[in-house]
Design a protein around this ligand. Structure first.
Ligand SMILES: [Zn+2]
Length: 393
């Protein structure tokens, strides 16, 4: 899935020219809507007639629609184009250690229907429920594919799950099972990779132009998705980005999902934060992470300390990533972004200090993906194939 760089691609040769020009026009409409044919022509090297031809094809496929006239810049008032956003086109399945959420969305990534249930540690039961909901959601026949995000290792080529540490799920043909049962194409990926893809395509405008960034997903674990040259970097067998298991200390507040007590995730995850809070407040059970954030935002000192200490470890890991990979930006996603005002200082201080003198520092930013970022990740696995012109597999 390659994201075309609109700044450098102007045209291409021979048989790919049509596809690439089509992607350029479709992505101009997606990122800049409402936009006129004339503006697209002015900003690309494409002929006006080529653009009209492509727009006609995209309209015919139901991807783009006309929405009346814009302001005149002298001559005739231009007709504006936008993505056609009527009706569900994709289904996203977001499997987390606690809940599984299934939602439909339109082409622009706006969630339409949504249903959640508790993830059953027995994979067959969880799969059965997923299939039942997908069948109901795809009843109208407009769904083109299913994207699945899971907190574990996936083989992107086969769609098989290699390992999900929370449930000790191993070697499960999840994509194949869902596809056989529903008749829909299924794409599956690790949650951090999927959410990085979502940030690349649907995230903040300043990140859409970045070619190299790292998404750090803070949840029950800590996952990282690496975007390298506008694509998800997966490494051999999809195992890249497992920075959650790099060693950053010893005697972490919670065991890592892999069983060790020295991994980054054991220091910087939501679980680590709630365990710190429990120790500080001397209670018998820890609140959930959302409650911890609420208390910190309300000014409770122990809740704030637990979050700041977690952010300090988050910063240690991010510093290592910045030193090693020199990305343009690091995006932090997850519920923790709600407390950004409380953690920003601990994050940036440490990172500024560890960046080598004279080298450009990476920007550390909270994700702006709306709603549930990992659900958006699951949906992106389907939606981006529309915009990147790659057939789903
Ligand atoms: Zn680990």
């Amino acid at each position: 899935m390659r994201r075309i760089d609109l700044r450098t691609v102007q045209a291409a040769n021979l048989h790919t020219i049509r596809d690439i020009n089509r992607q350029i026009v479709l992505n101009y409409v997606r990122e800049r809507e409402p936009i006129s044919r004339a503006t697209i022509a002015r900003e690309t090297a494409l002929q006006r007639s080529t653009i009209s031809e492509i727009v006609e094809a995209l309209t015919g496929e139901g991807l783009v629609e006309e929405i009346g006239e814009g302001k005149s810049t002298g001559g005739r008032r231009p007709t504006l184009l936008r993505l056609r956003s009527i009706g569900p086109i994709a289904i996203g399945v977001n499997i987390t250690p606690t809940y599984t959420t299934i939602a439909t969305s339109d082409l622009a990534g706006v969630a339409l229907q949504r249903e959640s249930f508790q993830t059953d540690p027995i994979p067959e039961r969880t799969l059965e429920r997923i299939i039942e909901v997908i069948r109901r959601f795809s009843d109208l026949g407009s769904i083109e594919g299913v994207g699945v995000s899971i907190p574990g290792l996936v083989n992107p080529a086969t769609g098989g799950v290699i390992f999900v540490p929370y449930f000790k799920w191993r070697d499960l043909p999840i994509a194949e099972t869902i596809s056989k049962a529903t008749g829909l194409p299924v794409t599956i990926d690790n949650d951090a990779n999927a959410v990085a893809l979502a940030e690349l395509w649907f995230g903040r405008p300043d990140i859409r132009d970045a070619r190299d960034f790292i998404f750090v997903l803070v949840a029950d674990g800590v996952g990282t998705g690496i975007i390298f040259d506008g694509q998800v970097y997966r490494g051999v067998r999809g195992a890249a980005g497992e920075f959650g298991h790099m060693i950053v200390g010893s005697d972490a507040p919670v065991p890592c999902s892999c069983g060790n007590d020295d991994c980054w995730e054991a220091f910087a995850s939501e679980r680590a934060a709630t365990a710190r809070y429990q120790t500080l407040s001397g209670t018998s059970s820890a609140p959930d992470f959302e409650t911890l954030i609420d208390r910190a935002l309300a000014g409770e000192q122990k809740a704030r300390s637990a979050l700041t200490e977690t952010a300090r470890y988050l910063a240690i890991g991010i510093s290592n990533l910045v030193v090693g990979l020199s990305p343009e930006a690091v995006i932090v996603g997850g519920a923790i972004t709600r407390a950004w005002s409380l953690i920003e200082q601990s994050l940036t201080e440490k990172i500024e200090r560890s960046v080598r003198r004279g080298l450009p520092s990476a920007r550390i930013l909270p994700s702006t993906l709306n709603g549930d970022p990992t659900l958006m990740g699951a949906l992106s696995l389907v939606l981006t194939s529309k915009f990147s012109g790659t057939a789903m597999g």
